[in-house]
Design a protein around this ligand. Structure first.
Ligand code: ASP
Ligand code: CP
Length: 318
């Protein structure tokens, strides 16, 4: 883990690269700031022009629906100018390096880069490259980190459950290749979740799982039993060299969240998924669309959480 290039000497957020290294006070400040962007009368997200005159560039080297769109909406609600950099149509295809690309864009007076990349640690490399003048926000790198997803998940849990200290939270599925799982574990441990469980087939548990400070379950019924929050993860086929899961039907039979299995959790348990979902592989449609699902609310909350991260980073730079 990079020693915290993401924090200034006085502990202010300069970049958001990963959750590790951010303490409970800072994480809570991000959630509280996100909360302040909601109009509680009608649930809408307010506009606040705190990024007026600033420019945010979205650089997605890997596809995205939610993260890219909500970063763009968040930046616009803060009144920033937003540059959507089209990786596929760029001079990268002529062999221009990432470094030259970033420095070229930086010369256009970009204040913040939102970066998603399939390789681990690219956002750290970018943060070291651009220096303190420009912020890097990690929108997901390899299987390493997806900090804003984990923050919006924590925000959603707090909104629906009121806190963290009394909760049993179960994260199910492809823990090994999921950057979301790693960031969720970091955020939920720091925020003080009482019992944090992970569950999945052996082939999809990371080698260092026993050192992660979580309960490890190899049976879905046990893992879901009496849980307050059940988070389902997509099988990250694009990151697997070989077929690490049996057929999708067999995976669903053993690891899919069905209405019957959900009954083992607390009666008021909530179901989450970062998306995109593989219906019928890790989650049944009846659960995904059912009354306990907060999956679409997670998406909405992502706008406010990304507004919070961007505004806190900018205020820390003044
Ligand atoms: N969208 C999330 C990510 O980019 C989760 C997923 O793709 O399964 O990591
Ligand atoms: N949850 C998430 O990161 O979704 P996208 O890949 O659509 O951005």
């Amino acid at each position: 883990m990079a020693n915290d290039v993401q924090l200034s000497a006085d502990g202010k957020l300069q970049h958001l690269l990963h959750i590790e290294g951010l303490d409970k006070t800072l994480l809570t400040q991000i959630l509280d700031t996100a909360e302040s962007f909601f109009n509680h009368a009608d649930g809408s997200i307010v506009k606040k022009p705190v990024l007026r005159g600033r420019t945010v560039a979205n650089l997605f080297f890997e596809d995205s629906t939610r993260t890219r769109s909500t970063f763009e909406l968040a930046a616009k609600k803060l009144d920033a100018d937003v540059l959507h950099f089209d990786v596929k149509g760029s001079a990268l295809s002529k062999g221009e390096s990432l470094k030259d690309t970033l420095q070229t864009l930086q010369a256009m007076h970009i204040d913040m880069f939102v970066i998603r990349h399939k390789e681990n640690e690219i956002p750290i490399y970018c943060a070291e490259l651009v220096g303190p003048r420009t912020a890097i926000l990690n929108a997901g790198d390899g299987n390493r980190a997806h900090p804003t997803q984990a923050l919006l998940d924590a925000f959603s849990i707090r909104k629906h459950k009121g806190g963290f200290e009394d909760l049993t939270v179960t994260i199910v599925g492809d823990i090994r290749f999921s950057r979301v799982a790693r960031s969720q574990i970091a955020v939920l441990k720091t925020l003080g979740v009482k019992t944090l469980r992970v569950a999945g087939p052996d082939s999809l548990l990371p080698e260092d799982v026993s050192a992660m400070g979580v309960e490890v379950h190899r049976n879905l019924d046990d893992a879901v039993s009496d849980a307050d929050v059940v988070i389902m993860l997509r099988v990250q086929k694009e990151r697997m060299d070989s077929d690490l899961i049996p057929t999708t039907d067999a995976y669903f039979a053993e690891w899919g969240l069905t209405p019957e299995r959900l009954k083992l959790a607390k009666a008021d348990a909530i179901v989450m998924h970062p998306g995109p979902m593989n219906r019928g592989i890790e989650i049944a449609s009846e659960v995904a669309d059912g009354p306990q699902s907060i999956i679409l609310d997670q998406v909405t909350n992502g706008i406010a959480v990304r507004m919070a991260v961007m505004s806190l980073i900018m205020s820390g730079r003044h």
